[in-house]
Design a protein around this ligand. Sequence first.
Ligand SMILES: [Cu+2]
Length: 519
Amino acid sequence: MKKGLGKILLPIVVCFLIGEALADTSDPVGLFVKEVPLKVLGKEFTVIAIEQADGTQGYSPEKGDGFHVEVVNQLKVPTSLHWHGLILPNLMDGVPFVTQNPIAPGKSFRYDFPLKQGGTYWMHSHYGLQEQVYNSAPLIIWTPEERAKADQQVVIMLSDFSFTPPDQILKGLKGGMQSTGMKESSPGKKMESTASGKMSGNMGGSAPSEVVAQKWDDQKQRLGRTIIRAPEAEIDVKYDALLANHRTLDDPQIISVNAGKSILLRLIAASSNQNFYVDTGALEAELLAVDGKAVQPIKGNFFQLGVAQRLDLKVTIPKQGGAYPILAQGEGTRLLGGVVLSTKGVSVPKLSSTASVSTASLDNTQEKKLRAVSPLSDRSIDHMLPAALGGNMATYVWMINGAPYPNNNPLNIKSGERVGINFTNSTSMGHPMHLHGHDFQVVEIDGEKVSGALRDTLMVPPGSKMTVAFDADNAGVWPMHCHLLYHLDTGMFTVVKYEGADTKFWQPKAQEKAFGTSK
Ligand SMILES: [Cu+2]
């Protein structure tokens, strides 16, 4: 009798103890993915927002509290949210057809995991082209150190705006190219305003002209703005406006600041296809972190920011006060977006939404100067993965290692390895390459060895060769892709797959069917 009772009780007690250890008693924060109105350039549009019940955009937890979110899909279509740059368990990564099933309309999905990082991160839909209509939000992870960085902190989300819906942009890029038979790098030709290719920018390498670029001043040891004679950067989506915190520069957000105080600007390139140059104008800035990860501070007033990357810039408002625009110019465009920092009682001047000249391509001027505060341990790379970035403008197919996803091979690795990824860009556009679930360090730029920045997104300029390294310490199937939305959607995507990883949600063919290359 006693023996029998023990047999029943023991499993109950064990279950109870395990349950106690694993149970997460924290209440999740509800994140509602829903349609909202947005007025841009005088017209009202329906876009997507990620809001808490009280209207707060996104989610900014304390590192020590961990991540506890219930994503509620209030859209009429499926969605899935990715926590960009976070080191997290694979099945919390939020990528449909890789780490989970899409969240159906009316359904929800819970995300719980400990936080390992602090700083500037963001969240965005990884489903179809939803990112283009602002299914994205800030994700600042707070620590006492992050709070102590300045007297005041400001998040600036940069995005790109088009009057053309995203599916039409994609159709135009594919159809526009096919109908005109344009090839990659036709010298001197500009692609604009064909019926279906309205959104096509200056493809094909324009002739040199006066363009904005970034320069490193060796004497003053700072990054600044310059005008050079060079080809305008190639872009493939020509936007109608740039937004900063969802507002255009003709009606910008005016941020109230105090004279003599320091401000930390947390800039997030939440754009779909637009890279930026960030201009702090009269305010000398100190670059403190990229992609949420500290770098040895660099001074300047002109910085590069690729799609999905972040910059933490510290500025100090002069004692006399005033109005100080913080501007972003779109790479390969004359478009400007931004916010204004203003002390009390100052009249803010009207700002132009267009610059006088376009820009050169983002390049490695800034990247070569960045040094990680906490580099990887000293160890040689055990396993080098190739990542040859290719593209075919004629059919608008973008590739990693010779084929568009899912026809390229996964990049297979093993736990415990020091892994390198060798990016080579043979196209005439830059590609901001993002690896999920890991911080990597930039270790070589165009043949020069560096102890570069830790990042989660690397801008690989046209013609560049760059190597990053990371420790394989987070098993799973992890997307690695170009963060230009229309490149990602048409094949510039692969996965880094750990040996023995859980692959139950990884369905490459389903992803291809739901969006992307087969359409
Ligand atoms: Cu790309």
